[in-house]
Design a binder for this molecule. Structure first.
Ligand code: DGY
Length: 332
């Protein structure tokens, strides 16, 4: 029997094709709200849910769900209560690896964009204010020779470090803030002698650019709060391509407004898609709409991984990328 797959919103074509070839697909005409999603998952009509980051798969839903698993169309899975899923024997799949470089590109873009005031410059030209080269026009900050501080040293953190080194930056990192963990020389690999591990507090005070690469969980929620912002250099920039709630956005707005730090480049927001009051009015920000992975090839690869995970789960097999393999109970 073909697995019955519930899809809340269409994913790119290579993924949809796999789903239609292998499964019995229900693609909803509209993204369901929380109550509708819960009802659908509890109906017994589906073997697997293919979810987007915007779908909240919480303990309530999982307690009544009759699906074998949830395949998330994302590498992050903070929209899913994984502990509750595991408790109910529900597998969670994700799409790691394929979006590493694209997201690191956006982190680098946000460093360059904030330092070189790219949004202000673009607005200046478009609004007809550009009257020719001027020695004092839109003076920015350097990136080369500056210190990049990384919160997190996983796949995307490392890819960002690689780019920063190529731009002549010095790289310091804390692998899993706020906790301290010692990275061995072996784990450092290509970064041995090139990137220095420091305690989180020192990464914060040393950084000219502080870039966030930790997943969102109870430990990292508001990792960057008013006290961390106050400890940063007044000339420093904050970059976030990870998850919005890792930064206290209200505190960030105050820090940007009061000159506590120089600027911020954000691709993610605390209450996405809402912005904290005042953020959009600040000139010292570059604000992107969560497009870290948004290239055609990358989204295609994510779609293939999410579809393969969904099909495997639906057939009662272990998916290629399971966040909670311990929830696997085989075909039942
Ligand atoms: C993810 O995959 O977690 C990104 O945030 C969206 O691609």
């Amino acid at each position: 029997m073909k697995p019955r797959i519930l899809v809340t919103e269409s994913i790119p074509e290579p993924g949809m094709k796999l789903l239609y070839d292998a499964g019995e697909v229900t693609l909803l005409p509209e993204v369901p709200d929380a109550a509708a999603l819960k009802t659908l998952c509890a109906s017994g009509d589906f073997d697997v849910l293919l979810a987007r980051l915007g779908d909240t798969v919480d303990a309530d839903l999982l307690a009544v769900a009759k699906v074998r698993g949830v395949s998330n169309y994302a590498v992050g899975f903070n929209n899913i209560d994984v502990a509750a899923a595991t408790e109910h024997g529900i597998l969670v799949g994700n799409t790691p690896g394929v979006l590493t470089d694209a997201t690191a590109d956006v982190a680098m873009l946000l460093m360059l964009g904030t330092a070189r005031r790219v949004v202000e410059g673009d607005n200046f030209v478009r609004s007809g204010q550009f009257a020719g080269w001027n020695p004092e026009l839109l003076i920015g900050a350097d990136v080369s020779g500056q210190v990049l501080g990384l919160a997190g040293f996983g796949r995307i953190g490392r890819a960002t470090a690689r780019r920063a080194l190529a731009f002549g930056m010095d790289v310091v990192f804390s692998p899993r803030p706020p906790a301290e963990r010692l990275v061995t020389e072996e784990e450092l690999g290509e970064f041995a002698g090139k990137a220095a591990q420091l305690p989180w507090e020192e990464v914060v005070t040393r950084a000219d650019f502080l870039s966030i690469h930790v997943p969102l969980n109870n430990e990292t929620r508001h990792l960057v709060d008013a006290s961390v912002l106050a400890a940063m250099k007044p000339s420093a920039f904050l970059v976030n391509t990870s998850r919005g709630p890792v930064v206290d956005e209200t505190a960030l707005v105050a820090a940007l407004r009061d000159g506590v730090i120089a600027g911020a480049g954000l691709d993610v927001y605390e209450n996405e898609p809402e912005l904290a009051r005042g953020l959009a009015e600040l000139p010292n920000t570059v604000l992107l709409p969560h497009i870290g992975s948004a290239t055609d090839p990358v989204r295609g690869k994510m779609a293939v991984l999410a579809a393969r995970n969904a099909i495997a789960i639906g057939k009662g097999e272990m998916p290629e990328f399971a966040v909670n393999p311990e929830a696997f109970r085989g075909a039942n």
